[in-house]
Ligand binder design. Structure first.
Ligand SMILES: [Fe+2]
Ligand SMILES: [Fe+2]
Length: 181
């Protein structure tokens, strides 16, 4: 394997790690602020945390780890995004204050899908792969922070427990559908 998979620049690696840590800090401070989260948001935050952990394990890892963990990350990101679009984002799209946020988050899901496709087609053993993975990791963590710091608090101002219960049910149904595909 030589060390061809470990030679991407230290400057790049540090930038990605710092960027990720900053977005992760924003996510953590949002999580501690919202103690009375509805179940659907606790679920989304837990899944964000699980995906962030997977990304941290893959970033900078050797090719065997990349090959074994990346498919799991890709599957979880896709199922999570698909289910959000079929539940939470549909509720957000009903209100003027959150409509654009929902649309822009759905566009970010498309960007993430394009990055996942690029990574799946590329050679996992190269520096280029890890650079693109660093980009995926940074964009994903920023997206999680946007959802947790902006969309969820806005939704809590606009919606009630009935909305959140329906959202949670449709999220789980959509996630099951996607997992069955
Ligand atoms: Fe999302
Ligand atoms: Fe999310």
């Amino acid at each position: 394997m030589a060390n061809s998979d470990q030679t991407f620049s230290k400057g790049f690696e540090m930038r990605v790690r710092e960027d990720f840590a900053e977005a992760e800090g924003a996510v953590k401070s949002a999580s501690s602020r919202l103690e009375a989260d509805p179940a659907i948001f606790r679920r989304l935050k837990r899944e964000h945390g699980e995906m962030a952990n997977l990304m941290k394990q893959i970033f900078g890892a050797d090719v065997a780890v990349r090959i074994s963990l990346f498919p799991k990350l890709a599957r979880e990101l896709r199922a999570h995004g698909f289910a959000e679009e079929h539940s939470v984002y549909r509720w957000l799209a009903r209100y003027g204050a959150t409509r654009e946020g929902a649309a822009s988050s759905a566009r970010t899901h498309q960007d993430l899908e394009a990055l996942l496709g690029t990574l799946e087609r590329a050679d996992f053993a190269t520096d280029a792969w890890m650079k693109d993975f660093g980009l995926l990791m940074a964009v994903t963590q920023r997206h999680f922070a946007e959802e947790e710091n902006h969309l969820m608090p806005h939704a809590q101002e606009l919606m009630d427990d009935t909305d959140f219960a329906a959202m949670d049910a449709s999220y789980q149904a959509a996630k099951g559908l996607k997992a069955a595909n």
